[in-house]
Design a protein around this ligand. Structure first.
Ligand code: C2E
Ligand code: MG
Ligand code: MG
Ligand code: MG
Length: 281
């Protein structure tokens, strides 16, 4: 609670810069942040390697300071998970991403998939399926254009209940994806039992794939397995044209990474998608 937060502040005060960030994701700070518009979503384009078109974006949260500088999610999401504040943040993300998608589509971008990240507490929140259904009907977003990214860890936290939630989500027509695949305690039975639409190969395998034969072997195996299970594969962290070419050779379906674009503000992303897709169609 508040008291232990204060104590931590005293303890960490001497090394303020790196630790001040760890302090503030209590439920109260999150509420204040929401009312002051401190949370922002940036959007990172995803490219379909077959068409070369941008067919999706991933919404990535930031905390924006009054001077417009940003705090990255790695600095506050873990603490928000600890305090439980992540549930409230998560609903804001869901609402904002759906509203953004609706806005882009109203402005002429067609058939774009919006991916959002869900943490375990949010995914396992009893109200989640109902809130999801409500947001979809309120915003008028086609459920099949929404993709929820969960990690292996999230799905394993309560495997039986996860299967149940996944079923409810899939029945709404919303897609599911396994994020950071290969870094958790990957369970092959999980892959078999969860009807996820796609698998995201973690950046750690993509990073050195040009020089590292083991990384290439793992990537090829993930692609083959996923395709045999009828799932799409997306590679994250693509930073070089050589990785794009190789992933294309291996039959990977989609890519995301700095080589295509860093995460962008909503307006920049809108123009980026518009221009890039116009060049190809
Ligand atoms: P993630 O879902 O695996 O997201 C991909 C992360 O990799 C993003 O970092 C993105 O900016 C970064 N990235 C993308 N392409 C490249 C690349 O080519 N090179 C490198 N070095 N990095 C790349 P970001 O935005 O800092 O997010 C970090 C993590 O925070 C996310 O990992 C996700 O787990 C979590 N996160 C972000 N937004 C949310 C959210 O709205 N809710 C929840 N629960 N978690 C979120
Ligand atoms: Mg993700
Ligand atoms: Mg990821
Ligand atoms: Mg990752």
């Amino acid at each position: 609670g508040k008291k232990s937060g204060k104590n931590r502040y005293v303890i960490y005060d001497s090394s303020l810069r790196s630790h001040e960030n760890d302090l503030f994701m209590t439920v109260e700070t999150v509420r204040k942040g929401l009312s002051e518009g401190r949370f922002r979503l940036h959007y990172q384009p995803q490219i379909d390697l077959q068409s070369g078109l941008i067919t999706g974006t991933e919404a990535l949260i930031r905390w924006e300071y009054p001077d417009s500088s940003n705090l990255s999610p790695g600095k506050f999401i873990p603490l928000a998970e600890e305090t439980g504040a992540i549930v409230e943040i998560g609903y804001w993300v869901l609402d904002t991403a759906c509203e953004q998608l609706k806005d882009w589509m109203d402005r002429g971008i067609d058939s774009l998939q919006m991916s959002i990240n869900l943490s375990a507490k949010q995914f396992l929140d009893l109200h989640f399926p109902a809130r999801l259904a409500h947001t979809l009907s309120r915003t008028g977003v086609d459920p099949s254009l929404l993709c929820l990214e969960i990690t292996e860890h999230t799905a394993m936290t309560n495997e039986q209940y996860s299967l149940n939630i996944c079923e409810q989500i899939l029945n709404m027509g919303v897609k599911l994806s396994i994020d950071d695949f290969g870094t958790g305690y990957s369970s092959l039975s999980l892959l078999k039992n969860l009807s996820v639409h796609s698998i995201k190969i973690d950046r750690s395998f993509v990073k050195d794939m040009i020089s590292d034969e083991s990384d290439r072997a793992i990537i090829k195996a993930i692609i083959a397995m996923s395709h045999n299970l009828g799932k799409r594969v997306i590679a994250e962290g693509v930073e070089m044209s050589g990785q794009w070419d190789m992933l294309q050779d291996f039959g990977c379906d989609d890519i995301q990474g700095f080589y295509v674009s860093k995460p962008l503000t909503a307006e920049d992303c809108f123009h980026f998608i518009h221009q890039r897709n116009a060049l190809l169609t």
